[in-house]
Write a protein that binds this ligand. Structure first.
Ligand SMILES: NC(=O)c1ccc[n+]([C@@H]2O[C@H](COP(=O)([O-])OP(=O)(O)OC[C@H]3O[C@@H](n4cnc5c(N)ncnc54)[C@H](O)[C@@H]3O)[C@@H](O)[C@H]2O)c1
Length: 356
């Protein structure tokens, strides 16, 4: 374990023969791992399946491990017929969680209940806290160096809860634990792009804070290209970005929440983690994510993050804000503080839990 941890701090280079990457070679000289392994927990679900499909298409993944309570044999058989390099491995049930995560470089977690119409994300915590706790406990035991990305809602509470469990286990590394808020950025780009009649891919704006209602803070004053609409239009855009998840829940009328757009967003986030691990990109690898930080007076906050082989390399901090956004930020911090404290409190329920 000591050797592996020491090696994990050194840069890694892809090990290639005839253009095919066989693994990742640590510059310490030993080949500490054979290839890049990504585990999806909740892989048979509404997000898990399309996300696993997108990850199967990623040429940098060597092993794609799919875990769920059920149906992963079928998902894996189906995915395994796709002619890309990665090997797909299926794991089913709580007893197989550790086997699924063993030695993973990245664990992405779209497991747990989604909202139904009329539900708030906070209504999910009863069930989803337990799912998130199991993953944190298993990560501590079988892949303490993995980058751990939670999609499970409510993100604002789930990530502090996981952090508290990892701390108790002595495996917490603030650079390796993420709440995935990429979908808020994807939505903000889309809606601003539509409003300005430009390609959404060309739109850049910070979306900071958390991942519920008013804790989602799109900083439209910093949008590039500049948003020149009326104040009323800007407020309507902020409201739409904050309530976009509910828009999908209502449209699906009881059949779940955002899955396809979430899979797109999560794939973007995981691809960035992979790029950062492999160090292949000449440009900075940058994403917004909900991480532990000291940029505000609350312990967790989503900001722009520069990613490196060990996860967070640099937290870019808060963007400039106008008066309206600064006031919204104050309300956001009040909400976030409550959500984070709830996560810490709930983590006590799992003090004696061990994963099988
Ligand atoms: N972060 C975001 O922006 C965002 C966006 C949309 C949805 N979500 C959240 O993602 C989660 C999943 O949503 P979905 O639509 O895919 O739900 P879903 O019900 O379609 O799929 C969830 C899957 O998780 C599995 N699961 C449940 N408990 C598990 C456990 N202990 N171990 C392994 N697998 C387990 C279920 O069997 C199911 O296949 C929800 O909590 C939802 O609120 C987050």
């Amino acid at each position: 374990m000591i050797l592996l941890r020491a090696c994990a701090r050194l840069p890694k280079v892809p090990l290639c023969v005839c253009g095919r990457q066989l693994g990742v070679l640590d510059l310490c000289g030993c080949s500490c791992r054979r290839g890049l392994k990504v585990t999806v927990v909740g892989a048979a679900g509404g997000i898990g399946q399309p996300l696993s499909l997108l990850l199967k298409a990623n040429p940098d993944i060597d092993v794609l491990s799919v875990h769920d309570l059920r149906h992963t044999a079928g998902v894996a058989a189906d995915l395994s017929h796709i002619c890309t390099k990665s090997v797909v491995k299926a794991f089913e049930g709580p007893k197989k969680l550790k086997a699924a995560m063993k030695g993973a470089d990245i664990v992405v977690v779209p497991a747990g209940l989604p909202r139904k119409p009329g539900m708030a994300r906070s209504d999910l915590i009863g069930v989803n806290a337990s799912v998130a706790a199991d993953v944190a406990i298993a990560a501590s035991d079988v892949c303490p160096g993995a980058l751990l990305a939670y999609i499970t809602n409510p993100i604002n509470t789930i990530v502090p809860l996981a952090a508290a469990i990892l701390k108790r286990k002595g495996t917490f590394d603030p650079n390796r634990l993420f709440g995935v808020t990429t979908l808020d950025c994807v939505r903000a780009k889309t809606f601003l792009g539509d409003a300005m009649n430009v390609n959404p891919q060309s739109v850049e704006l910070p979306v900071i804070g958390g991942h519920t209602g008013t804790t989602i803070l799109p900083i439209i004053s910093q949008c590039k290209p500049e948003f020149k609409g009326e104040e009323m239009e800007r407020l309507a855009l902020v409201d739409r970005i904050q309530e976009a998840g509910t828009e999908v829940v209502k449209a699906k009328a009881g059949l779940g929440s955002a899955t396809l757009s979430m899979a797109y967003a999560a794939n973007q986030f995981v691809c960035s983690l992979i790029k950062a691990i492999l160090g292949k990109s000449e440009e900075d690898v940058v994403e917004y994510a909900y991480v532990e930080s000291d940029v505000t007076k609350v312990d967790f906050f989503a900001t722009r993050i520069k990613l490196g082989p060990q996860g967070v390399m640099d937290n870019c901090g808060l963007p400039e804000m106008d008066e309206y956004e600064a006031a919204a930020m104050k309300c956001c911090l009040v909400e976030l503080k409550k959500d984070i404290e709830l996560g810490y409190k709930l983590s006590d329920d799992f003090k004696n839990r061990e994963c099988e």
